[in-house]
Design a protein around this ligand. Structure first.
Ligand code: ATP
Length: 316
């Protein structure tokens, strides 16, 4: 499969801040690729570099086989791009802005734009400055899609949209990917991303912590709850490739989020003297995200462990 976006060891240093610290990513054609990260993780900075608005401090990248440092205009012409705060000419009308943007593209642009605006029920004669936040987002999305781009780059595309429109829009991205186009989106909406994304990258403090197909990620990160006879029981170190992403103790319960866990590790834990039970649970994308980016274990793990302590009447 072709990589429509490739970055290699990208760094971005601002005064007093390393926004990206060696980002290497490949995005396959025909996929919905979701970039997740907390506030300040570096998502917008990466997108600005990919679209040629920002020169990286070091490293290289290619977008649709073009170099954003040299071919920024061509990339912006061919790709669709919606930023988290789309800049639109406020004094134009909704219809006018479509006509204006359409002069840069072929004859199919305007009818597609008008159809989308009609679907979103936005009056064509309304001035952009009089639109609500959600209506502005809909105009920006309509403009970015009207030339049917092979690559759509969306930075928090659904902020400002109501839940139904958000869901419909994101689900339409699945159809785009099915027709061979690529969608690269950054988002905070984990539950929505989980429904539509093929591949997930988690960016944390400017570093890609993980980049995997969603199914692989969900299979490879497990919460393991271990019941102990005594809170002081020491558990064995798990062999490679296991990676403990988070750990918490609640009385005689220990909860761990482990990447690359397997049945051999279950047996190793279960056979430890002082261990009375080992159970596993798959996690939601939101819980996996927290495991990669924070120290706290998933909330449900805490609740389950606390409930277990209460039932046992155990002393913490
Ligand atoms: N022009 C700039 N000058 C200095 N620091 C900057 C600049 N642009 C971004 N940063 C810093 O780089 C870091 C990454 O910012 P970025 O906007 O890429 O994060 P983000 O993941 O998009 O966050 P959010 O989800 O809040 O939009 C932040 O610490 C930010 O303050």
């Amino acid at each position: 499969m072709n990589h429509i976006i490739q970055t290699s060891d990208l760094t971005m240093r601002f005064r007093g801040c390393d926004a990206l610290r060696g980002v290497t990513l490949n995005v396959d054609e025909g996929t919905v690729f979701a970039l997740l990260g907390e506030n300040g993780a570096g998502k917008t900075t990466l997108i600005r570099i990919l679209t040629g608005f920002q020169m990286p401090t070091s490293g290289t990248c290619r977008v649709m086989n073009l170099d954003p440092a040299k071919d920024a205009l061509e990339i912006r012409r061919r790709a669709g791009y919606v930023s988290d705060a789309p800049a639109l000419y406020d004094w134009m009308g909704v219809g006018e802005i479509g006509w204006f943007a359409g002069t840069l593209y072929d004859k199919h642009f305007l009818p597609r734009y008008q159809e989308s605006i009609r679907r979103y029920e936005i009056p064509e004669d309304r001035k952009i400055r009089h639109l609500s936040k959600g209506q502005r987002a809909k105009v920006a999305l309509s403009l970015s899609l009207a030339h049917d781009p092979e690559l759509l780059i969306l930075d928090e595309p659904t902020s400002g949209l109501d839940p139904k429109v958000r869901r419909d829009f994101l689900e339409s991205m699945i159809d785009r990917a099915a027709s061979g186009r690529t969608v690269f989106l950054s988002s905070h909406q984990m539950a929505e991303v989980e429904r539509v994304a093929d591949v997930i990258a988690i960016l944390h403090d400017g570093i890609v912590r993980v980049c995997e197909p969603l199914d692989t990620l969900k299979d490879s990160v497990i919460e393991v709850a271990v019941s102990l006879e005594d809170p002081l029981v020491v558990l064995p170190a798990l062999p490679e490739p296991a990676e403990v992403l988070g750990e918490a103790s609640y009385g005689r319960q220990r909860s761990m989020v482990i990447r690359h866990y397997d049945s051999g590790m279950h047996d190793l834990l279960a056979s430890r003297v002082g261990v009375t039970g080992v159970s596993e649970r798959t996690l939601s994308l939101e819980e996996i995200f927290i495991a990669f980016t924070g120290k706290s274990p998933p909330r449900e793990a805490i609740d389950r462990a606390e409930a277990a302590v209460e039932i046992e009447g155990g002393v913490v």
